[in-house]
Write a protein that binds this ligand. Sequence first.
Ligand SMILES: Nc1ncnc2c1ncn2[C@@H]1O[C@H](COP(=O)(O)OP(=O)(O)OP(=O)(O)O)[C@@H](O)[C@H]1O
Length: 256
Amino acid sequence: MIELNVAINNKYYPNSQQAVLAQLDFTVKPGEFVAIIGPSGCGKSTLLNMISGLEDCSGQHISYNERASQKYGANDSGVNNQSHQLGYIFQQPRLMPWLTVKENIELVLSPSQYHKIDGLLAQVGLDNKGGYFPSQLSGGMQRRVSIARAFAINPQLLLLDEPFNSLDAPTAARLRQLLLDLCIQRGTTVVFVTHDLSEAIYLADRIIFMSHSPSTIVHQAIVDLPKPRKESGVAELKWQAQLLVKYPHLLAGRID
Ligand SMILES: Nc1ncnc2c1ncn2[C@@H]1O[C@H](COP(=O)(O)OP(=O)(O)OP(=O)(O)O)[C@@H](O)[C@H]1O
C-alpha cells in the first residue's frame, strides 16, 4: 500500500494568465479512498493528470511514500508506468476499437501475465466476452473492461475521473460495488473525481471539496460510515455534508 503526497504551489497552462490550481496540499493515506468534488472546470482532471505524470508538474511536489523523493514529470505514463504502481480510469473507457477485449488488456501486460486476464474478466462479469470488440459491448461493459484493464497491473494507486458518468443507475451501482470490492481486496489507494455527492459518500473515506479556479481545497469531510454502506446511511450523511460544506455557493448546482 502506498501513500500519495501532493503539494501544488501554482499550476499554470501555457499562455494562461490565471493559475488553474493554487496552494493545493494534501496526503492520501495508504489504502484510503479519497473523493474529489468541485465545480466544472476547477481543475480536477488537471490534478489527476499531474498526479499521473500526464501533465507537466515541474516545480510541484507529487510523490508516493515508497519513493518519496521522486517527482513525476511530463514523460511519465500514468496508465502503465514502469513500476506498475499507478492505474488511471478516464471519463471514457478509451478502449482500442480494433482490438478485442482480451487484446485491450494485453496492451498493459507482459506476455507472461496474460494468464491473469480470464480471471480478471470473470471478476468484472465479462468471462465470455474476451473475444468481443468494444463496439459489440454496451457502455457499462466497456467501463468494466476499463476497470479490469486498470486492475490488471495491480495498481497501488488508482486514479478515476468520473468513471460512472452517464451510465444508467443500476449499472453505475453495480460498478461502484465492484470497484469497492476490488479496492478493499487489494488495499488500493484511490483518488476518485466525481460530481455526485451521493456517490462520493457511498465510496469514499474522505471527501475533498475544491473551489473555482484558481482552485484550492475549501473543505474536507471524513465519511465515518462502515462499509458496505446502506442507502439510508448515505442519504443521512449526504444531508449532513451539505450542511457541513463551508462554502455551499461554490458547489451550487453540483450537489443533487
Ligand atoms: N491542455 C490544456 N491547455 C490549456 N488549458 C487547459 C488544458 N486542459 C485544461 N485546461 C483548462 O484548465 C481548466 C481546468 O480544466 P479541467 O479539465 O482540469 O477541469 P475539471 O474540473 O476536470 O472540469 P470538469 O468537471 O468539467 O470535467 C479549464 O479552464 C480548462 O479550460
